[in-house]
Write a new protein. Structure first.
Length: 172
């Protein structure tokens, strides 16, 4: 693979007008945003970006850019509580033992005890743990959840949290 191809596979972090990290885009998209004056370079670190040469232009593409325009963010709705979404949230593993086989949905507080079918009460459990827990709460069954169930966060917020964690790790 040529060096030019390797550069084109790199990504640039895009920030909103108020400096919230929104997403990563490929260099081609970053160039379009810069050339059309919809974004500006943002220097968060001493790391240089990339020099992109065209027949009539040499463009410096930084590792971080900030949108100049309102980012008309699409509305995002919390996804419905269903097997596919709960599997995604729980990383396809039992929230009691960590198994990745024979997975089922489990209501932390059983529905028969008034437990709702909400993000805060539904987890993934393997058949063995779900059967052992039965119609009881984890406390009554002597079981512990690996993570506290919660609704998925907006993707931009998740990306921003991870971005700042990585930035802090790079500074240390």
């Amino acid at each position: 693979m040529t060096i030019a191809m390797q550069v084109l596979e790199q990504s640039v972090v895009v920030f909103s007008q108020n400096y919230l990290p929104l997403c990563r885009v490929n260099i081609k998209r970053a160039i379009v945003l810069l050339v059309t004056n919809k974004a500006e370079p943002l220097s968060l670190s001493t790391e240089a970006g990339w020099k992109i040469h065209s027949p009539s232009l040499i463009l410096e593409v930084p590792k971080h850019i900030r949108l100049k325009i309102a980012s008309g963010e699409r509305t995002w709705k919390v996804p419905p509580v269903n097997r596919r979404e709960v599997l995604r949230r729980d990383h396809h593993s039992c929230q009691y033992c960590g198994s990745k086989k024979s997975l089922t949905l489990d209501h932390v507080i059983p529905r028969s005890q008034g437990g709702p079918h909400t993000w805060n009460n539904v987890v993934i459990a393997c058949e063995k743990c779900n059967s052992h827990k039965g119609n009881r709460t984890p406390f009554e069954a002597g079981m512990h959840l690996r993570t506290k169930p919660k609704a998925p966060a907006h993707p931009a917020i998740t990306f921003a949290e991870q971005f700042w964690i990585n930035m802090q790790a790079n500074l240390e």
